[in-house]
Design a protein around this ligand. Structure first.
Ligand code: NAD
Length: 480
């Protein structure tokens, strides 16, 4: 089998070792062999990026626009093929895979436009005759480190702004999803960017992570992944020389409050969508459903009925609502938490079993726990699978307090018909993103994305706010 290679200094470099990329819906289906980058590959990528930076940092906005627009156009034209690859590799359903691919194209188009809109300021000086200018410049060589759960969209929302604002990129995808990373990189490689501006190194974090985060020629690190890895990277960023700018997007334990006055149909749809779609493998998944006592039993019955109607099967099959879990270790983690929940005294109200399907894959029935308290581990720790907990609250005030009682703060939602409670929740929720009568997962691409507390660190991603991370500000004084 040919080995899909890393892209370094404008070339698909040769690697001796590769690893198989396996379909989680059918473990007999090997998508391909993908190179595993060595430390030397990572160093070569950084060297190439550094060499390309002086010219790229001064490239005109039109040149950057053209490259990003070309990337966007090709992704969009190939959305069905790329969406299918995504579903086959990560286990999202085909419509979810195509949807994510379209999102990636939209993000590249958005940042193509942003490349034309970089502005500065000219302000009056406190000293007579002096001009003061504030301008934005690219940061330098950036390491972009991404997780497996959005294998096209998350790379897109880091690579597109990095290039738009004139940085050079070393991109390291998660090792579970090299296929999407390689396909995206192949499109980027043909977009007209000068050699070295964009580099792909597929490899394990434990193997090449230290090079990508400690190397003196790396100026900034944008990371999305687990809290544990994020913390390590933050410590490295400040202890290495020179210190590096860092942006972290990490886990969540996102609350969805359902009040007595909620429209039941809307609430059930928002909760089921938010908690279980994409197999619950979303940092914004609604894993804590905090339900006030007047609607609690009706809500649990309606969610259970809805869960019974969901088809868990091969991600590529028409009619599948929920694909497999991404791999064996994530499946083991989900099942471990199902056991923990039962041992803690919560009631496993529905699901939580392993499922057999036509093909060997990591299939799991969505699980719903009731009788959960917010002190239980299943309510406090990120599971990252199709497991949701229902926590009963006395009233709105108690529900709000429970929703904020978490070390995370990514996304939070409320289902209510009351303007008073919706407004109060929007103001008092300690999350970076708040949804009213909408799932906690599902966001727009032209506005900031990110959280608070243990979920995020550093400037926001996406929309025009991305400029904060991918540029550095210079203040220049002139006496003409
Ligand atoms: P992970 O932390 O295991 O890995 C993320 C990336 O970091 C991978 O590319 C991995 O290879 C790399 N990595 C691991 N160790 C490293 C090291 N020492 N140095 C450098 N890189 C290293 O996370 P994951 O399992 O891929 O993804 C799941 C997690 O991602 C969940 O916690 C989820 O909530 C989070 N996530 C967050 C967001 C968000 O925007 N907040 C979005 C998606 C996923």
């Amino acid at each position: 089998m040919t080995i899909h290679q890393n892209f370094i200094a404008g070339d698909w470099s040769k690697a001796s070792a590769g690893a198989p990329d396996v379909n989680p819906s059918n473990t007999k289906d090997v998508i391909g062999e993908y190179a595993r980058a060595s430390k030397a590959d990572a160093e070569a990528a950084i060297k190439a990026a550094k060499a390309a930076f002086p010219a790229w940092s001064l490239a005109t906005p039109q040149v950057r626009y053209d490259a990003l627009k070309k990337i966007s156009d090709e992704i969009l034209a190939r959305k069905d093929e790329l969406g299918k690859l995504l579903a086959r590799e990560e286990g999202k359903t085909l419509p979810e895979g195509v949807g994510e691919t379209i999102r990636a194209a939209q993000i590249f188009a958005f940042f193509a436009g942003e490349a034309l809109r970089v502005t500065g300021e000219k302000v009056g000086s406190v000293r007579p005759g002096v001009d003061v200018e504030i301008t934005r410049e690219p940061v330098g060589v950036v390491s972009l480190i991404t997780p497996w759960n959005f294998p096209i969209a998350i790379p897109a929302w880091k690579i597109a702004p990095a290039l738009a604002y004139g940085n050079c990129v070393v991109f390291k995808p998660a090792d579970l999803v090299p296929g999407c990373a390689h396909a995206l990189s192949d499109i980027i490689a043909r977009s007209g960017l000068p050699a070295g501006v964009f580099n792909l190194v597929m490899g394990r974090g434990s193997e090449i992570g230290s090079v990508l985060t400690e190397h003196p020629d790396i100026s900034a690190i944008s990371f999305t992944g687990s809290v544990g890895t994020g913390r390590k990277l933050a410590a490295t960023a400040v202890s290495s020389t020179p210190m590096k700018k860092i942006q972290l997007e990490m886990g969540g334990k996102n609350p969805m409050v359902v009040l007595d006055d909620a429209d039941l149909k809307i609430a059930v749809e928002a909760c089921v969508q938010g908690a279980y779609f994409s197999t619950g493998q979303r940092c914004t998944a609604s894993s804590r459903l905090i339900v006030t006592q007047g609607i609690h039993d009706k809500f649990v019955d309606a969610v259970t009925e809805r869960l019974k109607s969901l088809v868990v099967d091969d991600a590529l099959k028409a009619g599948t609502h929920i694909g497999p879990v991404v791999d064996q270790s994530q499946l083991d983690q989900n099942l471990k938490y199902v056991k923990i929940g039962k041992d803690e005294g919560a009631k496993l109200h529905w699901g939580g079993d392993l499922l057999n399907r036509e093909t060997p894959g990591f299939y799991m029935q969505p699980a719903l726990f009731t009788g959960v308290t917010n002190a239980m581990r299943i309510a406090r720790e990120e599971i990252f699978g199709p497991v949701a907990t229902v926590i009963k609250a006395k009233d709105y005030d108690e529900a709000l307090a429970i929703s904020n009682d978490t070390e995370f703060g990514l996304s939070a939602g409320i289902c209510t018909t009351s303007l008073k409670y919706a407004s109060d929740f929007k103001r008092k929720s300690e999350a970076g993103m708040v949804m009213v009568n909408l799932p906690t997962a599902g966001v727009d691409y032209h506005v900031p994305f990110g959280g608070r507390k243990g979920s995020s660190y550093g400037p926001r991603e996406q929309g025009k706010y991305a400029v904060e991370f991918y540029t550095t500000v210079k203040t220049a004084y002139t006496l003409p």
